[in-house]
Design a protein around this ligand. Structure first.
Ligand code: 5GP
Length: 184
């Protein structure tokens, strides 16, 4: 069988999982005070829906901002991630939660974490909707370890729930495995 689209996680499964993650995150950040809220940084554009649902389910004081890191072309990584903005976000002394759509080779999150660590963030954690641990670059195994993972998946190229293929399919309600070479 060589399907073009295969459902991997349904909308209902994803929403239920986000509620569980939000409960875990709210518990771990119980110490957060309104005067220094958790700084949630949504990575554009893939994590927009995940971030929106996640922050609204948190029960701790938080603030949301956005960063843009580009690294994929089609179904292949396009080399080193480019940090398109985020320079102007002041993370000094802030507890930062980076919200990512999917961690693959780990390069993007490694770049982002180093950047914010250098800028004096008090703590940095990663919440990712999906993780592909088998794809991690060897030098990042044990270094890029997401703190909160929606679903750990095998090595598939996936779309939907914010994830695109050359800007298509972002709005699909389920997460699907995409096989662009399959015959229609
Ligand atoms: P990394 O730097 O960890 O290799 O890649 C992270 C970025 O690559 C993600 O934020 C996402 O934009 C893109 N990416 C990695 N795997 C997939 C995938 O299976 N589907 C889609 N649509 N994007 C992916």
């Amino acid at each position: 069988m060589n399907e073009r689209f295969t459902v991997l996680k349904t909308d209902a499964e994803i929403r239920a999982r986000i509620k569980e993650l939000a409960a875990d995150i709210s518990k771990d950040y119980q110490h957060i005070k309104p005067e220094n809220p958790l700084l949630v940084l949504c990575t554009l554009r893939g994590a927009i829906f995940f971030s929106a649902d996640l922050v609204r389910a948190l029960t701790i004081p938080c603030e949301i901002n956005f960063i843009k890191v580009k690294s994929y072309q089609g179904t292949r990584p396009a080399g080193s991630p480019i940090f398109e903005f985020g320079e102007q976000i002041d993370v000094r002394g802030r507890e930062v939660l980076i919200v990512e759509d999917i961690v693959d080779t780990g390069q993007t999150m490694d770049t982002v974490m180093h950047n914010f660590a250098d800028k004096g963030a008090a703590s940095i954690r990663i919440a990712t909707m999906l993780d592909k641990p088998s794809r991690r670059y060897p030098h990042l195994i044990g270094t890029v370890v997401p703190d909160y993972i929606g679903f750990s998946i095998e090595d598939h190229f996936v779309i939907g729930w914010g994830l695109d293929y050359n800007e298509d399919f972002r709005l699909l309600p389920d997460i699907m495995i995409y096989n662009p070479d399959a015959e229609d």
